[in-house]
Design a protein around this ligand. Structure first.
Ligand code: PHE
Ligand code: ZN
Length: 854
């Protein structure tokens, strides 16, 4: 089913137009009679007009519903079907609205509303999917209690809250906590549970379950432990307890996003919850732990306190991402988590913020809200909270958060409410800080320095390039964490947070015996781009001496970038001093293996393209690829004699445990294996492949072999071994494209779209193939244009099946203005071709138009 929308002038919604709904919803009772093609939904909703309502229009959202009947207080009424819903004449007092509708879950390939996945009924209602289930004021500021009766012959039938009764062919649920409709969920199917339990700090026993398809029972234990750790952590750190007797998680194979925080019934993309050593990599385990925590944490930040309207999305998402990052840092390694997050921010959010899709963390207009579940709302939204915490300090942060939960529990809130608790808790004026929520774009901060007579001066100049609709930007509050090192490598000034508030501002440090080496933007204290003239010698000095692990890594990262940029622009050879520094680090067993693995991981080719672009050059993807190859080959050769020893020394023996320690060691070991494979013809990788008893090592060996074009036999064997496991097969699809040479990337991807296991209906599989295509920088941007063409064709084909996933994947084109005019013309033609598709969804239409209009 497709939300066929006209190709021109879709409706735009504005933050400034907010108006409360004119009615209180006292209670909601829903009855589902399940049937794959003709599910009947009966609703009984008590409405009471608000005394102070500005607007008494009785409008209920509804899409793709067949209305069978409507009644008010038991008497049939005639509702007027209008665009996007219905209107009805209603009494000026409290009344009971009843409607019966029919829907077609089996035909719902958009995976929004009630749909079927592998024979199982499930729902996805955020943001505006509930209106595809029944007529309702489908907006987050309308909160009510839900009672749900499910009739059908499925063995397991679940909804939100607590079970209140069940019998042959029916089950009833009641959720005592008022909630917006986007948190509604229903699941029914042949499911088995992995049980667990948790006792809250006030002594309440909570039953926990992870529900999966029969056969997946063995992949739940890790997720269950992650859930318990999350529940405990939220009590310990935020004092927040769970509030129902039951917490259910369900794994679903066909899902547009990662997971969903429905009250008491979280629904997960199976890739974000199912885990076993044999089928999941260390990275999968870490991600699963983080997403389980994220969805659990939403119970307070999102569910108990929700959003007034969808413009406030970062109120719940930024905060919940911030909380899950704190959790991961506590469970694993704080510096490693910070470095990983900054890599991801630069890879996903900076390009968004610097391109045609740039928007503030709190956007002021949208056509399709599904298009705003972005890196800016999530990750930059979390960065903004990190800055706030740094500015007010830890104690004040928790004081403000306590006030937030106390003041706003049960409410639908705004960013203003959020900032107000910080102002009230600290007495601080946050009006300038608020610009972070309303201004798009990544600030550039230019740093210059001066030293005379024992006084060291740092001068900062901030500016933000124009973004769509925002030509001018005011200076923001930027917390700049700075430390100073003496030339002999000692830290002479511990980290101090300088508060930038003006376009240009200087700070002085007195009493210094000599000119210090500054370590600026420690811990990446603000999401900005630092511009500072410095030398490779100074970067190498910081890599060796900085006490801030983030900046230590950053120095290595900057060296790597400078080397690669020089190779691309001047055909320079890899910087010898940098290679020496890497060699020293990789051999330094005192250093944390996870950290060594990160320093040894080169910046992505897309990151180099972005860097070149920021510096006013037009990136050539093929040259960037060649430089990467040359660099890695040179590094491998330089380390040649020590690689076998290093490989042996970093191999983790004994049974696989997916903890941070083991993961760090395996990450380093995999980096070394990939270097070794360039020199030994794949011997060691083949041995590792043959003996691996866990996916991390099996996958690392396969990736190293395929990258060296020596993995044909192993790739076949991998397919034979795992063809019945969907999640592992996603890896197999993606890896072939990720490892392909630039000139064969598009052809490899195209061939895989013809594979019998490729499917447009499963977002994970589609993303495995098309995401890998877009992620192979030199392959996607190959001069032939074949990569662009293949992606566009597949997006066009997917749009009528699943608009939401199509629109999200369109963003692969967002960096198009970085490239040369020939590539720009090729991409523009593809974007125009997509836009001209008849019946194009509103989702895709909005994304493509925004990319074209900038
Ligand atoms: N709210 C979900 C999360 O952040 C994401 C999501 C959005 C899932 C929309 C489905 C649809 O955890
Ligand atoms: Zn979330």
């Amino acid at each position: 089913m497709n939300d066929a929308a006209p190709n021109a002038a879709p409706q735009t919604f504005y933050l400034k137009d907010y108006k409360p709904f004119g009615y209180e919803v006292e209670s909601v009772k829903l009855t589902f009679q399940l049937s794959p093609n003709a599910t009947k939904v009966h609703s009984a909703i008590r409405f009471t007009p608000k005394a102070d309502a500005e607007d008494n229009r009785f409008f209920l959202h509804g899409e793709q519903l067949s209305l069978i009947s409507a009644k008010i207080d038991g008497t049939p009424v005639t509702a007027r079907l209008v665009d996007g819903g219905l209107e009805c004449d209603v009494p000026g007092r409290s009344f009971l609205w009843e409607a019966e509708v029919e829907i077609d879950p089996a035909a719902n390939t958009a995976l929004e509303g009630l749909y079927m996945s592998n024979g199982m009924y499930c729902t996805q209602c955020e943001a505006e999917g509930f209106r595809k289930i029944t007529y309702y004021p489908d907006r987050p500021d309308v909160m009510s209690t839900f009672t749900v009766r499910i009739e059908g012959d499925e063995p397991v039938m679940l909804s939100n809250g607590n079970p209140t009764g069940a019998g042959e062919g029916w089950a009833e649920w009641h959720d005592p906590w008022p909630k917006p409709a986007y948190l509604f969920a229903l699941v029914a199917g042949d499911l088995v549970n992995h049980p667990g339990s948790f006792t809250t700090k006030s002594g309440k026993d909570v039953e926990l379950n992870i529900w999966v398809r029969p056969g997946d029972e063995g992949k739940c234990a890790f997720g269950m432990e992650a859930l318990k750790k999350s529940m405990k952590w939220d009590e310990d750190v935020y004092g927040l307890e769970y509030d129902l007797d039951l917490f259910n998680i369900v794994a679903v194979d066909d899902f547009n996003m990662g997971a969903m925080e429905n009250k008491g019934l979280n629904i997960f993309n199976s890739s974000c919850v199912l885990a076993s050593p044999e089928t999941s990599t260390d990275a999968n385990f870490e991600r699963i732990e983080a997403i389980i925590a994220h969805e659990y944490f939403h119970n307070w930040t999102g569910n108990r306190i929700t959003c007034r309207d969808w413009f406030q999305l970062c109120l719940k998402e930024g905060l919940t991402v911030f909380r899950d990052a704190q959790f991961t840092a506590d469970m694993r390694s704080e510096p490693v988590k910070r470095i990983e997050d900054v890599i991801a921010l630069r890879a996903r959010q900076f390009p968004e913020d610097g391109g045609p899709l740039a928007h503030p963390p709190r956007p002021e207009e949208f056509q399709e809200i599904n298009n705003f579940y972005t890196a800016t709302v999530y990750e930059k939204g979390a960065e903004v909270i990190g800055m706030l915490k740094r500015l007010v300090g830890d104690d004040n942060y928790y004081k403000a958060l306590n006030l937030y939960f106390e003041r706003h529990d049960g409410q639908a809130c705004t960013i203003e409410d959020w900032l107000k608790v910080f102002e009230d808790a600290t007495g601080r004026d946050l009006s300038q800080f608020k610009l972070w929520y309303s201004q798009a774009g990544t600030p550039r901060v230019k740093v210059s320095e001066d030293y005379a007579d024992g006084t060291y001066t740092l001068t900062f100049e901030q500016s933000t390039p124009p973004t769509p609709g925002q030509p001018e930007k005011a200076p923001r509050v930027i917390p700049m964490a700075v430390g100073l090192l003496s030339p002999n490598g000692d830290e002479i000034r511990a980290t101090e947070v300088l508060e930038l508030t003006e376009a240009k501002q200087s700070f002085t440090f007195d009493g210094l015996a000599s000119k210090p080496v500054p370590s600026i933007l420690r811990e990446f204290s603000a999401p900005v781009i630092l511009e500072r003239e410095t030398t490779n010698a100074e970067r190498a000095f910081l890599l060796a001496h900085d006490t801030d692990p983030f900046n230590c890594w950053e120095a290595g990262n900057a060296l790597a970038k400078e080397t690669r940029v020089a190779m691309v622009l001047d055909g320079a050879a890899p910087d010898a001093a940098y290679l020496d520094a890497l060699e020293k680090l990789v051999r330094d067993d005192e250093q944390d293996p996870a950290f060594r693995a990160l320093v040894l991981s080169p910046p992505s080719q897309s990151d180099i393209a972005q860097t070149l672009h920021e510096r006013g050059h037009t990136p050539d993807p093929q040259k960037i690829y060649d430089a990467a190859e040359t660099f890695t080959q040179t590094l491998a050769q330089q380390l040649e004699t020590s690689l076998p020893r290093l490989y042996a020394a970093t191999t983790v023996e004994g049974p696989y445990v997916p903890d941070a320690d083991g993961a760090g060691k395996r990450a380093l070991n995999s980096r070394i294996l990939s270097l070794l494979t360039r020199l030994d013809g794949g011997e060691q990788a083949a041995r590792q492949y043959a003996s691996a008893d866990n996916m991390t090592q099996q996958y690392a060996a396969l990736a190293a072999l395929m990258k060296a074009e020596k993995g044909e036999a192993q790739s076949k064997a991998f397919f034979e071994q795992w063809q019945d496991d969907r999640l592992v097969m996603d890896k197999w699809f993606a890896l072939q494209i990720a490892c392909a040479a630039p000139e064969t990337t598009a052809a490899t991807a195209k061939e895989l779209t013809q594979h019998p296991l490729f499917s447009m209906k499963n977002p994970n599989r589609f993303r495995a193939v098309m995401g890998a295509l877009a992620g192979n920088h030199a392959g996607f941007h190959h001069a032939s244009g074949a990569g662009y063409q293949l992606l566009a064709e597949n997006l066009i084909a997917l749009d009528s099946v699943n608009p939401q996933t199509t629109a999200r994947m369109c963003a692969a084109f967002q960096t198009w203005k970085r490239y040369d005019s020939k590539r720009q013309a090729q991409i523009q033609a593809e974007l125009e071709r997509i836009l001209a598709t008849s019946g194009l969804s509103r989702d895709t239409h909005e994304m493509v138009s925004r990319m074209l209009s900038a």
